[in-house]
Design a protein around this ligand. Structure first.
Ligand code: FE2
Length: 379
């Protein structure tokens, strides 16, 4: 089967990246709406971003009510704010939730209707408003991907909306924005980035271009995740860059069973996305080894494991061990019971996970029984 790689948005990286972006804004439109969440406001990050953006000379309005695992109602509220202001540039400041809402309202502005109308691949025709992404966590990769994930609470499904038209115009990776990221958030969002790079590296859609980017991301995450979770500012910036690399690496290669299990858990219980991925990642790696032993051996080396003299199968088993160790050292939750989720509905979860859009990318074809067994391992 053929594979593909789409060019990601323009990345502005490093010191003063925010100021550099301001110079580009006035060429994109006349009014800016920032989409963010209350935590970003409380942490002072909105303030940090506002001054450089105002250097563009454009009026800047804000919508600050994004919630985690954003749903149809969140999108509708943000879209009402966009229409009330008349903004024609959407700037997301936040994690995956704010970025997904920003993409959603940018496409509603030019295509009309409701966000549920566009679930699936290439379901809208008109180019969305220009989107500027300022990620404040180190995981989702949403700043460089062409998809948005919005929860539909009526069906307990995370709708995935994908189109080449949904790429942001510019993604800004500024070290100041993540310098004070709390360690717990660095750990959980960083585990999401690691999951992206690992799942995409072994996914059915992987190709030499995505391989190079994903292995680079795995190496950078292996070297910086623990330090980032302990507040090291340089490591936090490395994680910010690595999470964008992983985003670029997975958006065409695809993901797999970890995201199918995690997105289902998130839709049913509202579990933070990175936390949910961290629960399942090492178990799915073990499950997938037989489908790609040489690739898992390469992952083990990228995570710093010494595989000299080992067969691919022996080296491959070290990859999941390295991920267990990273999870332990960063202190992310390791079991469903730690999250106070009982094991009485695992059958429902497995049934829904089987329908998840990410599952067909998994290198091994997972059955209902396989998914149920993976949920039980994490119980
Ligand atoms: Fe993810």
């Amino acid at each position: 089967m053929s594979t593909h790689f789409s060019s990601p948005p323009r990345l502005l990286m490093g010191d003063d990246a925010l100021e550099s972006a301001a110079a580009d804004l006035s060429a994109l439109g006349s009014r800016v709406l920032i989409v963010t969440d209350p935590g970003i406001v409380a942490a002072g990050i909105l303030e940090l971003v506002l001054d450089p953006l105002r250097m563009s000379g454009l009026p800047v309005a804000t919508f600050t009510d994004v919630v985690g695992n954003p749903d149809v109602a969140t999108v509708a509220a943000a879209f009402a704010a966009l229409q009330a202001d008349g903004a024609d540039i959407v700037v997301a400041v936040g994690g995956g939730s704010s970025m997904d809402v920003a993409k959603s309202i940018a496409l509603l502005a030019t295509n009309g209707g409701e966000i549920g109308d566009y679930e699936g691949v290439d379901r809208f025709q008109h180019r969305p408003l220009p989107i500027i992404m300022i990620p404040t966590t180190v995981g989702s990769g949403s700043e460089v991907t062409k998809g948005a994930v919005i929860t539909n609470h009526e069906t307990n499904v995370k709708m995935v909306i994908v189109s080449d038209l949904l790429f942001a115009t510019i993604a800004i990776l500024d070290p100041r924005v993540v310098a004070k990221l709390p360690g717990r958030i660095a750990a959980t969002t960083g585990m999401d980035a690691l999951t992206h790079a690992i799942e995409a590296y072994v996914a059915k859609g992987a190709n030499p271009v995505t391989d190079a980017i994903n292995i680079g991301a795995i190496e950078l995450i292996g070297a910086s995740l623990v330090k980032a979770s302990r507040g090291d500012a340089a490591a936090l910036y490395d994680m910010l860059v690595a999470s964008s690399m992983a985003g670029i690496g997975f958006h065409d290669a695809g993901l797999g069973a970890v995201h199918a299990l995690a997105n289902t858990l998130g839709a049913h219980y509202g579990v933070h996305h990175g936390t949910a991925n961290a629960l399942f990642l090492p178990y799915v790696m073990d499950y997938n080894i037989s489908a790609a032993p040489a690739r898992f051996a390469r992952i083990a080396r990228a995570l710093g494991e010494n595989t000299a003299g080992l067969s691919d199968a022996e080296a491959a088993s070290l990859a999941a061990k390295a991920v267990h160790r990273l999870a332990d050292e960063t202190g992310v939750p390791r079991t469903l019971s730690e999250l106070e989720i009982a094991d009485d509905r695992l059958e429902d979860l497995a049934r829904d996970a089987l329908q998840q859009a990410d599952l067909p990318g998994n290198p091994r074809e997972a059955t209902y029984d396989d998914l149920l067994a993976l949920y039980r391992r994490a119980a």
